[in-house]
Design a protein around this ligand. Structure first.
Ligand code: NAP
Length: 264
């Protein structure tokens, strides 16, 4: 029997891309699923494609931090306590440090970092009480090795590593597990939705994402990592995985390689 069956899973960023595929596969495995993002109509579409009668919609805006406490209270009204929180919702960036306004840096931190940790912090006390819970957070390869044009985005993903490494260490004794997922290039709309320096959307597909891994495969690998409660899962091409190992074991070579990258 799947380890996901009958588990209560709250998934953010479920209206497109990786999250949409995760929704389909988690539903197919018998999860009691709460799907979240801002766009209700897209969540309705995903829900109807799930072909499961245990999928509920809870709209959230990760940028609206004050609303998230109430949303976490609402989340437990559907199926009871959350077993697995999948913090997947996020936005990226495509611009230089010089061009990027501080407002954009703040927005990236608010959505990617504070949005995710707020949901985790809301659910944590009850998980500690129950001595059970699993926090999954989708960061990025750039959460280990950042590249040009992603200063604020990479910073928000680095911050997630710091927070969730501490959560894992503090609450292992409470049977609470943390899985950090680091995708490389995945073929989704992330680069369309990425913010440029003035806060508008880039509105185009990057070559990296265009030739990236299919979200279906990515979601399958994420679910496998959740099922075996992996600490970290690197999901992507050889180049991205090599980048992570280079940064960890030979940081000066990584710095040189990143300087030469042709990214936009
Ligand atoms: N694709 C890649 O190459 C790649 C690589 C590394 C990491 N990632 C990470 O993977 C995760 C999923 O991204 P994706 O590739 O699937 O991109 P995507 O197709 O653009 O999906 C992003 C998701 O996040 C949601 N979202 C964005 N801003 C939000 C907000 N303020 N409040 C609530 N939800 C919000 C979007 O829903 P709404 O617009 O409906 O709110 C959407 O469901 C992100 O954390 C991203 O950083 C992606």
């Amino acid at each position: 029997m799947s380890k996901i069956k009958n588990k209560v899973v709250w998934l953010t960023g479920a209206s497109s891309g990786i999250g949409e595929e995760l929704a389909y596969q988690l539903a197919a495995k018998g999860a009691k699923l709460i799907i979240s993002a801002r766009r209700r109509e897209e969540l309705e579409r995903v829900k109807s494609n799930c072909q499961s009668d245990t999928v509920e919609i809870l709209t959230i805006d990760l940028e609206d931090n004050f609303s998230l406490t109430q949303k976490a209270k609402e989340a437990v009204t559907f199926f009871g306590d959350i077993d697995i929180l999948v913090n997947n919702g996020g936005i990226s960036q495509r611009d230089t440090i010089l061009n990027t306004s501080l407002d954009v840096d703040r927005r990236l931190m608010e959505v990617n970092y504070f949005g995710s940790i707020t949901l985790s912090k809301q659910l944590l006390p009850r998980m500690v009480e129950r001595k059970s819970g699993h926090h999954v957070v989708v960061t990025s390869t750039v959460g280990i090795i950042n590249t040009p044009y992603r200063s604020g985005y990479g910073a928000s993903k680095h911050a997630l590593h710091g927070f969730y490494d501490a959560l894992r260490a503090e609450h292992h004794k409470d049977n609470i597990r943390v899985t950090i997922v680091l995708p490389g290039y995945i073929k989704t709309n992330i680069s369309y939705n990425a913010l440029v320096g003035d806060g508008s959307k880039q509105n185009r597909m990057d070559p990296g994402q265009e030739s990236g891994m299919a979200p279906k495969k990515c979601a399958k690998l994420i679910i496998r990592a959740i099922e075996v409660k992996k600490n970290e899962a690197y999901i992507g091409g050889l180049k991205e995985k090599m980048g992570i190992y280079l940064k960890r074991f030979w940081p000066s070579a990584a710095a040189k390689a990143v300087r030469k990258l042709r990214v936009t």
